[in-house]
Design a protein around this ligand. Structure first.
Ligand code: ATP
Length: 411
């Protein structure tokens, strides 16, 4: 039997990225895109398919929507789970927090089910609208890059089989099957940037600016971004080295790089040292680098950047970690682990000025004072037990669990 474009797209994505016998997770909100995903996956003969819906508890209808997906799954013979999110602490952007929580909840669910691949319903129109919204914010290559058809994060490979299909194609596929979907009322709310972008696409059509064309441009941006990542990794290998959690960069080499690669290298180094999810703003970085022409040091993004002869050293800013604590067995400041003879109640903290004063051998470490003050140390009540980077190991070792290189993949 000839497969239609929707089934074909799913098939192609699975052949490209998912082993033939692996179970497949589906993130199904009940909207047209993910309902098409559900129907197409249910029609395949192959390994088991499991669907999941996140009820963010933010709209009264959300519970009914999850029920609608569950009922449809029952009819199609697909196992279904609803996950509830109650985690918003009221801080930050609600949409962003909900989105992150959704991915986290789905990833945990997938791990619990032994599922390594989860498909999402994003389509070509989403891609084009995102590009327009990012253009409005003056985004560069990274921001204008298309979503990847397959991407690893949170221990899951996320698949987006429908990036080459339009929203209308997916709805037509559902109509053919008499399958309903939920129309999100916010899709008509012109206060949302995405809805404005959708309307703008209609206006742009006479100029020949189409979702297809914009999606193609976004794909080229993604390819350019990948090339920039390679160049940045090469620059990092040549010019930068990790030194016990700090990054040391050759200043002359950095100055000889193109602005774009220098910025990317510094972004990655700052984000690695500060375990920050996002890099600092480009303007803030430019101001800081200009200040460092005359000033010996500057702070940015929770990091201290200091000139040491012909090198720049990026280290954690002591003030940024002064109040951070973690149990001895846990990660500290997002990237440090302390291994040693722990007893219950032992705590990891930044060494601090006072702690450094208890480490007479610190100069032998060769690390600057500021790096050591921000370095991890073990405390038992008020007593310093170990400060491995400051020459007071006492049977303990400090190790960084991430790498600068891994940070230089901007997506
Ligand atoms: N509540 C939900 N439960 C399960 N899956 C969901 C839910 N919301 C969205 N998804 C999945 O994510 C896909 C994209 O949805 P949507 O465009 O609303 O996400 P978004 O908030 O824009 O996030 P992104 O930044 O990933 O695009 C859907 O097609 C579906 O596969």
């Amino acid at each position: 039997m000839q497969l239609g474009p929707v089934a074909q797209a799913l098939e192609a994505a699975l052949v490209a990225s998912c082993p033939g016998d692996a179970p497949l997770g589906l993130a199904v909100s009940g909207g047209g895109d993910s309902m098409a995903l559900l129907c197409a996956a249910a029609e395949r003969s192959g390994p088991p398919v499991l669907a999941v819906t996140v009820d963010h508890g933010l709209r009264p209808e959300a519970r009914d929507e999850a029920r609608f997906v569950a009922d449809t799954c029952a009819r199609l013979g697909v196992a279904h789970t609803t996950l509830c999110w109650q985690g918003w602490d009221g801080s930050g952007n609600l949409q962003d927090a909900a989105r992150r929580a959704r991915y986290r909840l789905i990833a945990d669910w997938a791990a619990g089910q032994g599922i390594a691949h989860v498909a999402l319903g994003h389509n070509r129109d989403d891609q084009a609208e995102t590009l327009l919204m990012r253009l409005a914010r003056g985004a560069g290559v990274d921001g204008l890059s298309a979503m990847a058809p397959a991407r690893q994060s949170l221990g899951v490979t996320w698949l987006r089989p429908f990036l080459g299909l339009g929203r209308a194609d997916l709805r037509a596929f559902l109509d053919e099957r008499g399958q309903r979907w939920i129309e999100d009322p916010s899709n008509e709310d012109t206060r949302f940037g995405r809805v404005q972008a959708r309307r703008a696409l209609d206006v742009l059509a006479p100029l020949g600016i189409t979702a297809e064309g914009l999606a193609a441009a976004a794909a080229r941006m993604a390819s350019a971004r990948a090339a920039l990542d390679v160049a940045t990794r090469e620059a990092a290998t040549r010019l930068a080295c990790e030194d016990r959690g700090d990054v040391v960069i050759d200043r002359a080499g950095l100055a000889a790089l193109s602005d774009e690669i220098a910025r990317r290298l510094l972004f990655a180094a700052l984000a690695w040292v500060a375990t920050a999810e996002y890099p600092p703003r480009a303007e803030a970085l430019a101001d800081t680098m200009a200040a460092l022409i005359t000033a010996p040091r500057a702070t940015l993004h929770g990091c201290l950047i200091a000139r040491h002869g012909d090198r720049l050293r990026l280290s954690r800013e002591p003030a940024a970690v002064a109040g951070k604590t973690a149990p001895a067995g846990a990660a500290w400041d997002g990237r440090w682990r302390m291994d040693g003879p722990a007893v219950p109640g032992d705590e990891i903290r930044a060494l601090g000025e006072a702690g450094l004063g208890l480490c007479p051998e610190w100069r032998a470490s060769g690390l600057p004072r500021a790096s050591l003050i921000a370095s991890p140390s073990v405390w038992r009540g008020g007593a310093l037990i170990a400060a491995p980077l400051a020459g007071f190991g006492n049977g303990w070792q400090a190790r960084v669990t991430t790498s600068l290189r891994a940070r230089i993949v901007s997506h």
